[in-house]
Write a protein that binds this ligand. Sequence first.
Ligand SMILES: CC(C)(COP(=O)(O)OP(=O)(O)OC[C@H]1O[C@@H](n2cnc3c(N)ncnc32)[C@H](O)[C@@H]1OP(=O)(O)O)[C@@H](O)C(=O)NCCC(=O)NCCS
Length: 403
Amino acid sequence: MSEHDVRPLAEAEFRDANRVFLSSLHRPAPTDQQWERSTARYEPGRVFGAFRSGELVGTTMALGSSLAVPGGAVLPASAVTGVGVRADHTRRGVLRALMRTQLDDVRDRGEPVAMLHASEAVIYGRFGYGEATRTRTVSLDTHRATLHADAPSGGSIRLLDKAEAGKILPELYRRIVSSRPGTISRSDGWWESRLGVFSGEQMVVAIHTGEDGVDDGFALYEAKMNDYRFDDGTCELQVGDIRGADAVATASLWRFLLGVDLVDRVVVIDRPVDEPLERLLTDRRACRVSSVQDDLWVRLVDVPAALAARGYGTAEPVVVEVRDGFLPENSGSYRIGADGVQRCAAQPQLSMDVDVLASLYLGDVGVSALAAGGRVAVHDPAAVAEADRLFAMTEAPWCGTGF
Ligand SMILES: CC(C)(COP(=O)(O)OP(=O)(O)OC[C@H]1O[C@@H](n2cnc3c(N)ncnc32)[C@H](O)[C@@H]1OP(=O)(O)O)[C@@H](O)C(=O)NCCC(=O)NCCS
């Protein structure tokens, strides 16, 4: 028997796992109502617990999801979440044991990738996860921010309450979501939690309907203020999600949000780093970027399958050596070219750890930048520019979905 026994949890144990996870984040145990709204996220067989002397001391879980990758393919993927170890059991290998069991499970399910959002950037690299997308938070001064006359426009906006929204948002998201690399699917359980336990009572849902009468965009927001006479200039619209099927829907949602009465600032978290928001405005300085952060961390669980599933730019093929200490079956050399990917025995031109490959995978960063940072060993300098062209994307990858 190992020091920590790790096993899939029974449904009756899910609430304990939730409690261990929340306490690791210094959050209180859920109320009955909060728990009821969270349960849909707990998928039997995908929730693991680590036990010490019969007591649950650590947990991790995953949601069945999918990930859009460069070239248009959408891969089955595990969305890992709910990771926490009780404070009196940290730094004794509990997370390592949980990650081992969970990654074996992901591989056995035939999912070539796993993904997560990290509470700290120093935790998951050792398990092969690499930072694969970034996101930015923007803050707009509504007294200055106006869309210019040529910004796309059309259609109409209506507001829904959360109950109505719950009926249409899952289908709307599925229908309008783009094939931008980094996009993930949102299950009905995800929506149930999003519109329930994780949202404030004042959350508003705005829907955009196109000129053709079809709903094609939405935004979720909540107003926060100190002064109910709206006299101190602090009323803020906190926007958690904006999705539009096209430029008209997205610009129309921005125009609407910037025009809501009594609001001084619109703060939007989780936007793509290449969104042309400033280009929509008459005064680009009305938009401040308050942070750019890592977003999705990706683990290539089955490296040959994941590499073969994405598309590549036009360039000479490159032989890349991948080192994977946690899942050693992935270690080896791969010939990567516009015509496909094969394992090979040729001398590698570049060598990198599997977490570095994950950072390249969706196109967020180039090989040259990673080589300059010492994360890629270059055996043939000519291969760097070729690999940059192979992995390059015109659109920045972006997830924008918390889980
Ligand atoms: C992060 C957390 C899950 C780690 O659990 P743990 O059981 O202490 O991790 P382990 O003992 O298995 O550590 C494995 C390795 O990661 C390192 N590590 C773990 N957490 C770390 C952290 N927060 N910062 C730096 N290194 C960390 C350990 O030092 C160890 O290093 P090694 O490979 O060189 O031996 C735990 O500290 C925790 O619950 N934190 C609060 C909640 C949280 O942040 N959860 C993650 C949500 S994404």
